[in-house]
Design a protein around this ligand. Structure first.
Ligand code: TR5
Length: 132
């Protein structure tokens, strides 16, 4: 069960899938972030509230209605694969050779707070299971 703190961090999904989020401003560099990887399709930057020594968010530059994984359609398969492959590249770049965790929170019960799909790459310490 989600803690009160986690539930408070979760946000209501937007009614319009194309509504901009804080991540649009980060991609456009209107808001500064610590960028660790970028190509023509994806953008990876350090989470502002890291949950581990390494905590990086990997996001598509174009949301294309992909507010979260539950909104994925067949046309999104390529970008979804690209996000995961980028996570692997960044994990290597960060020296996470002994392992890491990938998380995609979805919806209020998944404690999603930003409705622009993102992959959390978390590492640099021992992870526990089950997650909270
Ligand atoms: O809860 P979910 O899965 O939606 O993850 C959203 C993540 O975005 C959280 O881990 C936040 O810490 C992270 N976040 C939120 C903001 C932010 C950020 N990471 C880097 N820079 C950020 N800025 C400038 N502003 C945020 N509101």
């Amino acid at each position: 069960m989600a803690t009160e703190k986690q539930a408070a961090l979760a946000a209501t999904p937007p009614s319009n899938a194309d509504s901009p989020t804080i991540f649009d401003k980060i991609i456009n560099k209107e808001i500064p972030s610590t960028v660790v990887y970028e190509d023509d399709k994806v953008f990876a930057f350090r989470d502002i509230t890291p949950q581990a020594p390494t905590h990086i968010l990997i996001i598509p530059k174009v949301k294309d209605g992909l507010t979260g994984l539950s909104k994925a359609e067949e046309r999104h398969c390529e970008i979804l694969g690209h996000l995961l492959y980028t996570a692997k590249l960044v994990a290597k770049q960060e020296g996470l050779d002994d392992g890491f965790r990938i998380v995609i929170n979805d919806g209020p019960k998944g404690c999603q707070s930003v409705y622009h799909i993102h992959v959390h790459l978390i590492g640099g310490r021992q992870m526990n299971w089950p997650p909270g």
